[in-house]
Design a protein around this ligand. Structure first.
Ligand SMILES: Cc1ncc(COP(=O)(O)O)c(C=O)c1O
Length: 359
């Protein structure tokens, strides 16, 4: 079977061994005579899948008893509205605006209450994130929100911003578990699964338990973090299959060195692509060097025509998903956790050859 080298920004590559396990269990789940898709979420079989996923993800992330893990549907963007609904009953929320998704979080929160944009990279095409200390966090904020990896622009925070005593809320949709993080620095982390965790359809939330008390009873039930957490994410039918797949990805990561193992591989992968980008001036990176992402590498060739030729020729050679986002143009290689090192090596060879023949 020929599988492509998949550099899609999301939904994106999943580990082949995970896909194979899911395929083998699809029709008759672990000998229970039915697919997991056909089973009640209130039954023992799904219960075990659900709890194991929470346990494995929790241990990979290193979460403590002070945090609750919650699964929801609706994608990461639904959280742009639910976070202010739950965590900002009164007062203002602060934002670091590093691009489209960060802006989306500002816009949704602004519909529901007071926002303060503390920093923005819009003037320079979102080509960087702030340096540590560049953003002062007013201590009267209800929370400070930022996006750790900016999927579209290929920028990423290499540190956790210091928000003082203000709870820090992070959209980690495109770099969760790409490296070890100290969860205790965060009030809340959330991530749509479809890049580093599994398939689309589920968002993973890690919320400091004391913050759950901010959810008011007047919120609709299924928007209410406290109520959903109290029911172990089973207030209504959870996205069972997506959660099962996230659980398989968690087990896969555990077999391969956890977040630290992923980080070692991610550093090697990113170094080889950026090494080629910096080789001789043929390629231009979009992100400033200090803000470069380990997950999404954004770059361009000397012309839009050559970019187009690159995408077409790469596609013909089995390297897929390399077109840049329409708002940035150029090229983008998404090299998430599940993109094998061999795929990245193949890409770098292809880039070298392209530069040799077109440069
Ligand atoms: C960092 C980030 N946040 C949010 C989103 C939106 O996620 P969803 O489509 O799950 O709403 C994306 C999608 O690419 C993203 O990269």
């Amino acid at each position: 079977m020929n599988r492509i080298h998949n550099f899609s920004a999301g939904p994106s590559a999943l580990p082949q061994e995970v896909l194979e396990q899911a395929a083998s269990e699809f029709v008759n789940f672990r000998g229970h005579g039915a697919s997991l898709l056909e089973m009640s979420h209130r039954g023992k079989v799904y219960d075990a899948v659900h709890d194991e996923c929470i346990e494995d993800l929790g241990s990979l992330l290193g979460i403590t008893d002070d945090y609750a893990m919650v699964f929801m549907g609706g994608g990461a963007r639904t959280q742009f509205a639910l976070i202010p609904s739950n965590l900002r009953p009164t007062g203002a929320a602060g934002f670091i605006n590093t691009g489209r998704w960060a802006q989306g979080a500002v816009d949704e929160a602004a519909k529901l209450g007071e926002v303060r944009e503390l920093w923005s990279s819009v003037e320079t095409g979102h080509d960087r994130v702030p340096e540590q200390g560049e953003v002062a966090c007013p201590q009267d904020l209800q929370y400070l929100h930022y996006t750790s990896n900016n999927t579209i622009y290929g920028t990423e925070f290499q540190y956790v911003p210091d928000s003082g005593d203000v709870p820090l809320v992070c959209d980690m949709s495109s770099d969760i578990l790409a490296r070890p993080v100290d969860v205790t620095k965060f009030g809340m982390i959330y991530a749509g699964a479809q890049k580093n965790l599994g398939p689309a359809g589920v968002v993973v939330l890690v919320i400091r338990k004391d913050l759950l008390a901010r959810s008011r009873d007047t919120l609709p039930e299924l928007w209410n973090y406290q109520k959903i957490a109290a029911k172990n994410s089973m207030l209504n039918t959870p996205p069972v299959y997506a959660i099962y797949m996230v659980g398989l990805v968690a087990k896969y990561l555990q077999r391969h060195g956890g977040a630290a193992g992923a980080w070692e591989r991610n550093q090697r992968k990113a170094a080889s692509v950026y090494g080629e980008i910096d080789a001789d001036g043929f390629w231009t990176g979009h992100a400033q060097v200090g803000s470069r992402s380990y997950m999404n590498v954004t770059f361009r060739s000397p012309s839009a025509e050559l970019d187009k030729a690159f995408v077409a020729e790469a596609d013909a050679a089995g390297l897929s998903g390399l077109k840049g986002h329409r708002s940035v143009g150029g090229l983008r290689a998404s090299i998430y956790n599940a993109v094998p090192e061999e795929s990245v090596a193949t890409l770098v060879e292809f880039m070298k050859e392209f530069r040799r023949t077109k440069g």
